[in-house]
Ligand binder design. Structure first.
Ligand code: GLN
Length: 537
């Protein structure tokens, strides 16, 4: 069998937000199910080195890989769908490409040449698309999703790199182009013209798409598919429909039924085979159909935007399905929570998530919510900043330090129960300088977290923070009923706190949401959801 790595390039046209990430993840899932080794990477055309410095209002949540790269939220889809661990090589931006080239130029590596977009920038893009920094990887498929929309000035160098690679790689490269087919209500018609234009634009850049995935809100009949196929020079069985689905986890099955994976394998000359390891995925979908009883979970945070807490939302949805309930998530703006209205704001919730975040805005509302749920025994899960707010609340209302705070919010507080980490004190640059990525966490036997993790002694979890639990107060917390049950064994940093007298009141300094996948929902989310279901009943 042909063992050469194959490259799939996913581009998008007409409009943004078509769900290229879900299509890329679905293709990855299907090829994996056919026994192929895959990775999925995202190339974003913006100048930021990574999305770590971006406000979540710009591109949604920042997803963190095991090796500590701050990346685009699509990498979360890749990991949730395929279960693979992505790395810093799976998330590239124009900024990183330029930085590499400019650093090289400053070192004199180009020996006096004029440095240009073509070939220097495009060569660097190609090098990364081919994953030249990972020579030891043995991959059957590299799926590369390019952010943005065809025709954007900023994505032109990426398109040129793809054009060159397709020429160079021949049948080992495939382009899957995603477009949108709108429905015109007045004409009562689906319109394929934008798709034709977008393909023309792609062809103008020298790229002929092999496969078209048409996003639609309504069914497109075969005659329309035929029209698209003949106008765009694409085989009829390579015009795939992607209608709106009740759940993103149905998408791989729809792609499978239409033969998207088979088309890719045919184009790249690989056997399609008939063994398909999708059984557990089908069982998951079965469970999803069955889980109809609604449970209401409140997300106390400051970003009123679906994508800002993407991985938390998905982790809750998944944990719900495995607990046979459908999680209805309610965003509760912490800036609007006051002592007087907290009962009303949290009314009807079977459980509360206190969300991660940065900066002062909305933190007092999170503290009020944490107090309310602790004293009313509502299952509560605090994540990163959320955990820190639980700790501050406990100091103010149980330890008796009404001025307790994090030095992030009040640098002069006399009771800095959350303090800047020692190694962070001298750091001045903002990008990529937090405590990032996976670190071990030793669990205390007998704790609720230990039980949730099925009695593992130690786990690895991903981090993204500058501040930490202040160990000077540890004894006081332990004596007064907040236990530090997860600790980094080397640095002695507190990673998990819990209040055992409540039914489920746990805060984690790390982000468990990054490691929850469709087939392996995270144990803490599972345990939290179980407690919420018990509370609801
Ligand atoms: N702002 C807090 C810190 O830096 C929490 C960060 C987060 O929630 N990811 O420690």
């Amino acid at each position: 069998m042909d063992t050469q790595t194959k490259y799939i390039f996913i581009t998008g046209g007409v409009v943004s937000s078509l769900g290229k990430g879900i299509i890329s993840a679905s293709i990855g899932k299907l090829l994996q199910a056919r026994g192929y080794n895959v990775t999925i990477q995202k190339f974003d055309p913006y100048i930021n080195i990574d999305p770590g410095t971006l406000n979540p209002y710009e591109h949604g949540e920042c997803y963190v890989t095991m090796d500590g790269m701050e990346t685009d939220l699509d990498l979360g889809h890749y990991e949730r769908f395929t279960g693979i661990h992505t790395t810093r090589h799976n998330s590239i931006t124009t900024g990183r490409i330029y930085k590499t080239v400019i650093d090289r130029e400053r070192r004199g590596d180009y020996l006096g040449k004029t440095i240009q977009v073509v070939p220097h920038i495009t060569d660097e893009i190609k090098r990364r698309m081919l994953r030249s920094d990972e020579p030891d990887e043995h991959l059957d498929f590299v799926i590369t999703e390019v952010g943005g929309t065809i025709g954007d000035i900023e994505s032109a160098p990426f398109m040129e790199a793809i054009r060159q690679l397709r020429w160079q790689l021949g049948h080992n490269a495939v382009n899957v182009h995603l477009t949108y087919v709108p429905y015109l209500k007045a004409a009562e018609e689906m319109k394929t013209k934008p798709t034709q234009h977008s393909v023309k634009e792609l062809q103008g850049m020298g790229i002929q798409p092999d496969i078209l995935v048409l996003r639609t809100e309504r069914h497109l009949d075969d005659s329309m598919r035929m029209k698209v196929a003949s106008f765009c020079n694409v085989d009829l069985d390579c015009v795939i429909l992607c209608e709106d689905m009740p759940s993103i986890y149905e998408v791989p099955v729809s792609m499978l039924t239409q033969g998207l994976d088979a088309a890719i394998l045919r184009k790249t000359g690989l056997p399609v085979g008939d063994t398909l390891a999708m059984q557990s995925w089908f069982e998951f979908l079965e469970m999803q159909h069955h889980a109809t009883r609604e449970i209401h979970i409140g997300l106390v945070g400051k970003y009123d935007l679906q994508d800002a807490y993407k991985s938390i939302r998905e982790s809750l949805n998944l944990a719900g399905i495995y607990n046979d309930v459908r999680a209805k998530l309610h965003f509760i703006n912490s800036e609007q929570i006051t002592r007087d209205n907290v009962a009303k704001q949290l009314q009807g919730m079977a459980g509360i998530i206190i969300c991660p975040g940065f900066g002062q805005r909305g933190t007092e509302g999170k503290i009020i919510a944490a107090e309310y749920t602790r004293t009313h025994d509502i299952p509560t899960f605090g994540i990163c900043l959320g955990m820190q707010m639980m700790v501050i609340e406990f100091a103010r209302n149980v330890l008796g330090y009404p001025d307790a705070n994090s030095s992030e919010m009040d640098p002069t507080t006399p009771h800095n129960v959350i303090d800047i980490m020692e190694e962070q004190k001298t750091i001045t640059e903002k990008g990529g300088t937090m405590r990032l990525g996976a670190y071990p966490c030793a669990l205390r036997e007998g704790s609720r977290s230990y039980e949730a993790y099925c009695r593992q002694q130690s786990v690895m979890e991903r981090h993204r923070h500058r501040y930490e639990f202040n160990n000077a107060y540890r004894d006081a917390y332990e004596q007064q009923g907040m236990q530090c049950v997860g600790v980094n064994p080397k640095a002695d940093l507190v990673e998990i706190v819990e209040v055992p007298s409540c039914r489920w009141y746990i805060g984690t300094q790390f982000h468990p949401e990054y490691s929850s996948t469709v087939l392996h929902p995270h144990p803490l989310f599972m345990s939290f959801m179980k407690a919420c279901v018990a509370k609801m009943d």
